[in-house]
Every structure is written in C-alpha cells, then in structure tokens.
Design a protein around this ligand. Sequence first.
Ligand code: FES
Length: 155
Amino acid sequence: MSKMPLPSDLSVGQLATRAGVPVSTLHFYEAEGLIQSWRNPANHRRYDRRELRRVAIIRVAQSVGVALSEIREVLDRLPRDRAVSARDWAEAAAPWREMLDERIALMTRLRDQMGHCMGCGCLSVEACPLYNAEDRLGRTGPGPRRWIGSPEERA
Ligand code: FES
C-alpha cells in the first residue's frame, strides 16, 4: 500500500514501543491480516497511528481467550478507507457480546464455585452426592456438565 506519509505515522519500532509488543508480534499480526502497513519512499514500513487501537484490541481480546480468527472477523468489519468511529467499533464487536457474556459467566463460576460440584464425574466434593449422585450427569456427556453442559443441565 502506498500513500502520502503523515508526521503521525509510525515506524515498526515506534508502533512496537507504543503498543508494548515485540516487532515480531507486529509482523505476525500483519501476516495474519490483522493490521496493515505501507512503504514510504525509502521503502521503510510505516503504520498509520490508528493501528495502535487495532493492536490494543487484539492484545486485550487475546488476553481473555478470544481466538485470532474471531478477532479477525471483527477487524475485517471495520472500514479501512476512513477513520473508524466509536459506532463502527461497537457494531463490529456486537457479535462478541454473547460470547463474552458467556465467558464472563463461566469465569465468574470458576472464581466463585471452584469448591462446589461441577458435575465432572470425580464425585470428590462434599456436594457431589447432592448435585451428581452416582455420576448421573456423566450420562449426559463428558466434562464438567454443571458448568458447560446445556443450560437446562446447569439449572
Ligand atoms: S465436582 Fe466432580 S462430580 Fe462433583
């Protein structure tokens, strides 16, 4: 991509420093199509300052377990030919709402109920005879049935 350089454009080193990631991470993000650069007349890679926000979103989303493919889906919905508005960001991220709500609920359970029966089949917690007598939840499928089974099973 070529364009007129702006004083606010960043070198890869400047972007890495400001974003708090190694240059190699930026190259990876770029290879994955998550961020874009262009070449100045000296053939140096330059980044629009707005790429900082994309990198920040990628890092935060990754830190809470959002897959790169899911991040890419959101970033691909954003315009590249103009400044991205707050509304653009909100609309692009809307599909994440349900997924993030589910993760928040699961993380809250993990934080608050680690000592309770989760229906995993171990029958080793005091509450297991009450919530999973004779491992009956095991007949509904594998894993911690009370946490990640169907909503009916969690009730
Ligand atoms: S905690 Fe594993 S079955 Fe109850």
